[in-house]
Design a protein around this ligand. Structure first.
Ligand SMILES: [Zn+2]
Length: 243
């Protein structure tokens, strides 16, 4: 294992990591982190409406979505894109699938993790993924799971911004300035040809979060300028020596 800092994104579908934390990925990749993205499915049934309307088969839809995710990952500087191909709508993991995810978490030993909001009545695959992420993080920390392996420390789990934000009970406590890598995020979004309607939507979300970054970094009294940002909700407390 290298000494590089690492991060792990657990994404229910192929495109989620792009809209919701593409900036965080690109920014940390530029900082020297190895960012691994685990895509549990391609979003082939639930998030590929345009391709189905064009009459594509399931295999074609999956291949196209995989290709888009690979291109987007390249644009963001993802170190490793791991496609679990578990199917969506509904997404379900067997015990063995969970063990595979635990193995990945232990292999990556992430400094921090990213996944979906804890509640999402529009897309239960998303909130299921967060539940699985928490479960697998817990197992990866257990000394009794595959004794002898390096156990996981206590990486923060950041929940990235969901769609239909106000309906999700999602409350950000962290804003990340992604202005320096905005071009990379926009380029990655533009690889998602099946969801063209979201390109401008997520540009506007980033601009609004930038305003929150400015306000919370000092506002009119020495706040930092910021053009694009992403918001996150953290699950675990921080341990500090100074407030
Ligand atoms: Zn999704």
């Amino acid at each position: 294992m290298s000494d590089k800092k690492t991060a792990l994104v657990i994404s229910a579908h192929a495109a989620d990591f792009v809209w919701r934390c593409g900036g965080a990925i690109a920014l940390h990749a530029e900082m020297g982190y190895n960012v691994t993205v685990a895509c549990l499915s391609f979003g082939e049934r639930g998030e590929s409406a345009r391709l189905w309307k064009e009459g594509k088969s399931l295999d074609e839809v999956k291949a196209i979505r995989r290709g888009e995710a690979e291109e987007a990952a390249k644009a963001l500087g993802v170190h490793d894109l791991v496609c679990f191909d578990l199917g969506d709508y509904p997404l379900e993991l067997s015990r063995d699938n969970k063990t595979d995810l635990v193995n990945l978490i232990r292999k990556v030993q992430p400094s921090f993790m990213l996944s979906h909001s804890q509640y999402d009545p529009y897309n239960t695959d998303h909130m299921y993924t967060t539940q699985v992420a928490l479960e697998c993080r817990m197992i990866a920390q257990a000394w009794g799971h595959n004794p002898g392996e390096k156990v996981l420390g206590a990486p923060q789990l950041y929940l990235f911004e969901p769609h239909q934000t106000e309906q999700m009970g999602w409350k950000p406590d962290t804003f990340l300035d992604i202005t320096p890598v905005w071009d990379k995020k926009r380029a990655a979004m533009e690889h998602m040809n099946g969801q063209v309607h979201l390109w401008d939507y997520y540009t506007s979300v980033a601009q609004q979060r930038a305003n929150h970054f400015k306000r919370n970094s000092g506002g009119m009294s020495g706040g930092r300028d910021c053009k694009y940002a992403e918001g996150f909700q953290s699950i675990f407390p921080r341990t500090v020596d100074e407030l």
